[in-house]
Design a binder for this molecule. Structure first.
Ligand code: BES
Ligand code: MN
Ligand code: ZN
Length: 495
């Protein structure tokens, strides 16, 4: 889906469809008024007949409106309030795209940045319009079957703005496209079947991403991990026939001496639980256990396409958690790269094991800030549901910035505590720590485990178990939290 800017007034634009908002009580938006005037009050007369429900997102598709150059006019209800809230605005855009998808309108003019959203400006409207439209037009790439037809709406024009200069508008559009492209990559990787999306496949994808976007890419093999003493990561990989990989991608957009942000993404390409085997129902969804890694891929791609003036490094530990004959047993003790020993009491708590070695490895990049992202715990889904990611940090300012980035984009994260008291649950008689505590506060004790490996760094952890993918009839990866990351990094870069 492409986006462009149109300076002409809406009635003059030759396009498949002009989309304008109408609020309850037949209150026409400025563009709707312009169409109505050109059409000799044709729209007002129609609306009086009551064919457009006032419910947000309901719409009326009209053909051959007199005085209007476009083939169609779509009147869409913006609801009863003077101003929409964030969620309502996104719903509005989504329903417009869904309504036009499958019609003959290949292109359209969306007069929707003029719709008022409480406490938001036109820039926000534009960003949300593009990102939401792109999200709605996404299709799962089928590997075994014929593809679903692509969204028929392929060209969206947006009216020129009085407040934002054309050049700034063009920059905004291409930036949003970059973010949307990143999200689509994240979703594509997440949606792939786990027999194809293996650690080796992710390593290959990193190399192609590197070629296309001029990133330096290194892939560390098992022998290298053994040399580095990554006993925790290797303990997870031990039960699988698939060799583990540690993928490192470097994006250099700023001077060499500027300390990088490091993103670490959990890349379990399938989580059976290992010897602590998971129950059968919904186990297929554990193909999404690499969505943290996928979101780091998507963010790297977006940042490279946006050419942000920052240094960004991706570190992706990836393997499969399988119950092979060589698999790690509950009770096994391993030494992590940090030197700390871990008694593995539950092989299903494998995310923290691969992440702890990746976090220790990342110390060598002397990050300004390090953020890990993982589908880490079912407990986080119980705590926050599917709305917000769990947000943990050892730095209050960093926590605040990430939360703000989530609020702005609608890709929300919610702060969770990391008090020392939670460390007690990880105590064991046999090693420096166990890899699990009891059931209470499971997402917090998992984060507390990671905190033991990041004491020397400014660090945050996002538990995306509840937000990275959807189950049920809408099953699929969501592309979260790419929007949050991009907003955070854009703000950081001062752009
Ligand atoms: N990948 C899972 C977490 C998960 C669960 C993500 C449900 C998405 C949906 C993780 O590896 C895991 O199995 N965690 C265990 C930890 C427990 C053994 C302490 C869990 O949450 O049950
Ligand atoms: Mn697990
Ligand atoms: Zn897992």
């Amino acid at each position: 889906m492409e986006f462009s800017i149109k300076a002409q007034s809406p009635e003059k634009v030759r396009t498949g469809c002009v989309v304008v908002g109408v609020a309850e009580g037949r209150r026409l938006s400025p563009s709707a008024k312009a169409l109505d005037a050109a059409a000799g009050q044709h729209l007002s007369r129609l609306l009086k007949q009551g064919d457009l429900s006032a419910k947000l997102g309901q719409s009326l598709l009209l053909f051959g409106v007199p005085g209007v150059a476009a083939e169609r006019v779509l009147l869409v209800s913006t609801g009863s309030e003077k101003k929409l809230n964030d969620r309502e605005y996104r719903t509005l855009v989504r329903s417009v795209v869904q309504t036009l998808d499958g019609t003959g309108a290949k292109d359209a003019l969306f007069c929707l940045t003029e719709i008022s959203v409480a406490d938001r400006d036109e820039e926000w409207n534009l960003e949300q319009l593009i990102l939401t439209a792109r999200e709605s037009s996404y299709r799962i790439t089928r590997v075994a079957d014929k593809q679903d037809p692509a969204c028929t709406l392929s060209q969206v024009a947006i009216p020129a703005s009085e407040k934002i200069k054309p050049a700034a508008l063009a920059t905004l559009i291409s930036r949003c496209q970059a973010i949307a492209n990143g999200m689509a990559l994240t979703r594509d990787l997440g949606n792939m079947p786990p027999n194809l999306c293996t650690p080796s496949y992710l390593a290959q994808s990193a190399k192609s991403l590197g070629k296309r976007w001029k990133l330096k890419v290194e892939v560390l093999e098992q022998a290298h991990m053994e040399k580095l003493g990554m006993g925790a990561l290797l303990a997870v990989a031990a039960g699988s026939r698939q060799p583990p990989k540690l993928i490192v991608m470097h994006y250099a957009g700023a001077a060499k001496n500027q300390k990088p942000v490091v993103l670490v993404g959990k890349g379990i390409t399938f989580d059976t639980g290992g010897i602590s085997l998971k129950p059968a129902p919904e186990m297929d969804e554990m193909k999404f256990d690499m969505c943290g890694a996928a979101s780091v891929f998507g963010t790297m791609r977006a940042v490279a396409e946006m050419k942000l003036p920052i240094n960004l490094i991706a570190v992706i530990p990836t393997c499969e958690n399988m119950p092979d004959g060589n698999a790690t047993r509950p009770g096994d003790i391993v030494r992590s790269m940090s030197g700390q020993t871990i008694e593995i009491l539950n092989t299903d708590a494998e995310g923290r094991l691969i992440l702890c070695d990746a976090l220790t490895y990342a110390e060598k990049f002397q990050p300004d800030t390090i953020i890990d992202v993982a589908t880490l715990t079912g407990a986080c889904v119980i705590a926050l549901g599917h709305e917000a990611a769990g947000l943990f940090a050892n730095d209050d300012k960093l926590c605040e910035k990430l939360k703000a980035a989530g609020d702005y984009t609608g890709d929300r994260a919610w702060p969770m505590p990391l008090w020392e008291e939670y460390q007690d649950g990880l105590k064991t008689n046999f090693a420096d720590m166990a890899n699990v505590a009891g059931r209470p506060g499971g997402s917090i004790t998992a984060a507390s485990f990671l905190a033991r490996f990041t004491r020397k760094m400014r660090w945050a952890h996002l538990d995306i178990a509840g937000v990275a993918y959807k189950g049920g009839k809408d099953k699929g990866a969501t592309g979260r939290p790419v929007k949050l990351f991009c907003r955070y990094l854009i703000q950081r870069s001062g752009q």
